[in-house]
Design a protein around this ligand. Sequence first.
Ligand code: DC
Length: 249
Amino acid sequence: MNAKKKLDIKIAIDGTSGSGKSTTAKIIARKLGLIPVDTGAMYRAVTLKVLRAGVPVEDEQKVVEIANNTDIDQKVINGSIRTFLDGEDVSEAIRTPEVSRWVSIVSAYPGVRRRLVELQRKIAEKGGVVLDGRDIGTVVLPDADFKFFMVASLEERARRRMKELQEKGINVSFEEVLKELKTRDEIDSSRESSPLRKAPDAIVIDTSNLTISQQVDLIISEIAKKYPEVREIAQEKNHPDMEAGQIDN
Ligand code: DC
């Protein structure tokens, strides 16, 4: 059965940092033969370009100008989503604490959002996609076939984030991680332009006490209510990420 041909659907997965949405979206995409789009990585790529150019993040006009003159592309290579900034693979460079620190400011600018939303809609146009982000169900794809909103307690998200940083050899205190997540939550939820908000028709999944495999199963079950064939399509052996910790920066 050709999953890509069969499932011409659009899935929106939104949620807070560390809710497990990126990992879940990636696995769902692979299991169902859909194209995964990590929209957070796109905002990170613009932020990286701004920092590299030495432009103050507060200079909205210059930041928007950079966003408008930037080419961002994503490809799945060896099972992982790689992000390209003007042709350069920046998948690792966009995950530094410095980029994480400034990305909320950059992504709050309406001009930056306009540019990236346009790009995301273009990618999603043909269908067969899973987009994860903050405004997918509300702004980017209000007509998505399935919308999920993933949440988890602040403490659990901080624990996951800390584990990920430690694995990279970055040492930070639990309090620092907690504070950074809290600040990002506040900026992402309170900004004027497309704040993090659950779409009225989105299904909420609290991942605080769920394994990745349980999250994936929940989403597959929802999709199966409308498309029973996904059960068969998803019968592939587990993705390696299902055994790893869940990571959302
Ligand atoms: O998912 P992430 O942590 O990589 O996202 C990085 C930042 O980008 C986050 O602070 C919120 C912002 N973002 C956004 O505003 N809209 C999206 N669709 C995705 C991410």
